[in-house]
Ligand binder design. Structure first.
Ligand code: NAD
Ligand code: DAU
Length: 340
């Protein structure tokens, strides 16, 4: 089987590339990635020389490039991770989110229709459901929860999901969609909460918590997400959406305090700063469907996963130091410089 993994030089995509090469060594894995600021070729260095792996630098919005790759490789499966993924950036500049996340998805599916495919899988997010109130812990997102987005990012992901379902109904494209909660683990780009707090704490820099810090996210170790997608490819029903999450809700402030404790840093580093515009209060996934239909359950407990993750950042300064020394400095200044 030949599988194209788009966005495979990013956080979850690279973990999925490693997962597939490890779990399915007989398959051919092709990573298609534009290498935006979030894509990092050095992440893929350990597999670059493998016979059953190929890296192609291309934009999923570039129809000619995508079609010529399909004509050459005739993939059986496409898993689309490629996206602009950071909510704060989408608030600053929505246009690129619409371009990549919506138009890029359409180009990939057009290629699948033109050249034929066994499965197109769209990696979506729990953010398409909007948020839940903090005072209703009994509520969870199920696959039938209405789409109700808050940010340009989540709106672009929801639009893509609707398009994927439309291509299934209209053209009979064999699609599946997964909607996962917040991932954490190795190769997480430093702009996101957990790596940002680890790296700032290591440098004794302020830890910028948005608003009151009581917003809740439902954290899942990245390898558990990769296993879920692999299972959906093998056993998932075509045309279906599967929620992925491990019932691990945490307040942002508690995560930041936990990181301080693990690194032996004082909580006085924590600074409450201006809140994110339209900030979603709580995400919480109900994973009953993927559990009952496909037998998926998370394997990594948060207490173990966060320890492993912190240790990974301690051991891999060579990975994140070049990232935070480059254009990330201007990004950080722009986003946090004047955030009172
Ligand atoms: P990321 O930002 O770390 O990586 C995105 C990757 O896509 C990068 O390698 C980038 O170079 C590539 N890319 C961006 N635009 C491209 C384009 N036009 N053409 C080709 N490649 C392009 O993102 P991530 O956190 O790994 O998320 C991957 C996917 O999973 C996204 O679709 C995101 O919406 C979804 N998701 C993420 C999370 C999470 O917690 N991070 C949770 C649920 C779903
Ligand atoms: O739920 C899945 C989503 O999780 C994915 O679809 C997105 O691609 C991914 O980026 C993530 O979105 P979040 O907005 O939840 O992740 P982020 O790491 O940006 O923020 C997590 C929480 O921490 C959120 O409530 C905002 C807060 N935060 C974030 C940063 C970067 C802070 O308080 N301070 C910060 O500096």
């Amino acid at each position: 089987m030949t599988i194209i993994i788009t966005g495979g030089a990013g956080f979850i995509g690279s973990n999925f590339v490693f997962h597939m090469l490890r779990e399915h060594p007989q398959d051919r894995v092709i990573c298609l990635d534009k290498l935006t600021y979030a894509g990092n070729l050095s992440t893929l260095a350990p597999v670059m020389g493998q016979d059953n792996f190929r890296f192609v630098k291309a934009d999923i919005c570039d129809r000619d490039a995508v079609y010529s790759l399909f004509a050459e490789e005739h993939p059986d499966v496409v898993v689309n991770f490629a996206a602009e993924s950071h909510v704060d950036r989408s608030i600053e500049n929505p246009a690129i989110f619409l371009e990549t996340n919506i138009m890029g998805t359409a180009v990939l599916m057009d290629a699948c229709r033109k050249y034929g495919i066994q499965r197109y899988h769209q990696v979506s997010t729990d953010e398409v459901y909007g948020d839940l109130p903090l005072d209703r812990p009994d509520l969870f997102f199920t696959e039938t929860t209405p789409i109700h987005t808050s940010s340009p990012y989540s709106s672009s992901k929801a639009s893509a999901d609707l398009l994927v379902l439309a291509y299934h109904r209209t053209y009979g494209l064999p699609v599946t969609i997964s909607r996962c909660s917040n991932n954490y683990g190795p190769y997480h780009f430093p702009e996101k909460l957990i790596p940002l707090m680890i790296i700032n704490a290591l440098h004794d820099k302020p830890l910028p918590v948005y608003g009151d810090g009581l917003n809740v996210r439902d954290w899942l170790y990245v390898e558990d997400h990769c296993r879920a997608i692999d299972l959906i490819l093998q056993k998932g029903r075509v045309g279906e959406v599967y929620n992925v999450g491990g019932h691990n809700e945490m307040k942002n402030i508690d995560i930041v305090k936990l990181i301080c404790k693990a690194l032996g840093k004082p909580e006085s580093l924590i600074h409450h700063v201006t809140d994110r515009k339209g900030h979603d209060r709580r995400y919480a996934i109900d994973p009953t469907k993927i559990h009952e239909e496909l037998g998926w359950l998370p394997e990594t407990k948060f207490a173990d996963g966060i320890k492993k993750t912190i240790q990974w950042y301690l051991d891999h300064e060579d990975w994140w130091q070049p990232i935070i020394s480059g254009e990330y400095q201007q990004y950080y200044q722009k986003m946090y410089g004047s955030r009172g």
